[in-house]
Design a protein around this ligand. Sequence first.
Ligand SMILES: Cc1ncc(COP(=O)(O)O)c(C=O)c1O
Length: 362
Amino acid sequence: MTHDNPAGSGPRLRGVLDTLPAYKPGRPAAAGSGAPSYKLSSNENPYPPLPGVLEKVASAAASFNRYPDMSCGELTAELAERFGVPPEHVATGTGSVGVAQSLLQATSGPGDEVVYAWRSFEAYPIITQISGATSVQVPLLPDEGHDLDAMAAAITERTRLVFVCNPNNPTGTAVRRDALVRFLDRVPSDVLVVLDEAYKEFVRDPEIPDGIELYRDRPNVAVLRTFSKAYGLAGLRVGFAVAHEPVAEALRKTAVPFGVSQLAQDAAVASLRSEDALLERVDALVVERTRVVDALRAQGWTVPETQANFVWLRLGARTLEFAAACGAAGVTVRPFDGEGCRVTIGEKEANDLFLDVASRLV
Ligand SMILES: Cc1ncc(COP(=O)(O)O)c(C=O)c1O
């Protein structure tokens, strides 16, 4: 038998893994000092599960010796009805990041290009690289928003997929309807545009479009949504795409079989049926967002317009020092070294603590 591996060097792994950027999860709240500490580093929902959802999950837990419904039938039907789309256009997955990875597997491989704004969601470069494709990162504008003209210009005959993160993680900025429609009209019909709307429920600017309206007459547009943020199910891992065939079908082919647990499916359905309670909580977080942004600006900070459940402070070389000071005061935030900090809108006490630290660091 012949092989290229030197003896004892183990199985040959793909070289692409050597240069993969690491996904850095938000650090947990500091423990141990006895003082209150809060996690504002992962854009989670500070509220516990919606009424009735915990009970649903507890009863589903009694049968987790069984595989879940692989087709996510009940959830798919509920989503299709809610958005007025055919059930065949809904594809579920293990969080929207799982669905995004399936979209890459379905469209892109070595020699292909994937275009997205940068900085944006940190999973994009990782899942692109895993697919074997090449990232084409288009710098954000000075106002921290997407540069859609430059993104359109970056599309070549090698481009297979474009992410538009709306609102953008970590800057919170959002692309408006006219600009997005103009952009979509410029993208060739054989390039898939993925509108990542993980924070959709927090959007209050009426000029920011609902991707599901834009996808309807555009076969090359897919919309990503998640139950992790507004719905508060981050730990259960369930998200979905709305896309035309054959994209949605390709997602079903590339998804991990039985990836979405029955607990997650039942919790998602129950959460969709608790819409009033959901909207109340999201509204309360939006009120807190306005309060935090206004207070930061009054302190003298430059804060970009945010439509998500977080705020962005561009701190440059001061980033790590700022994050450390927040951590020492009991709030963990998400630093991007050399760039800035993303701070999730949490419970009022957490936001107050953060504002207090920020006031001392202006
Ligand atoms: C823009 C964006 N998309 C997708 C996700 C992934 O969310 P999940 O996989 O929990 O659905 C996140 C999570 O932070 C995000 O910020």
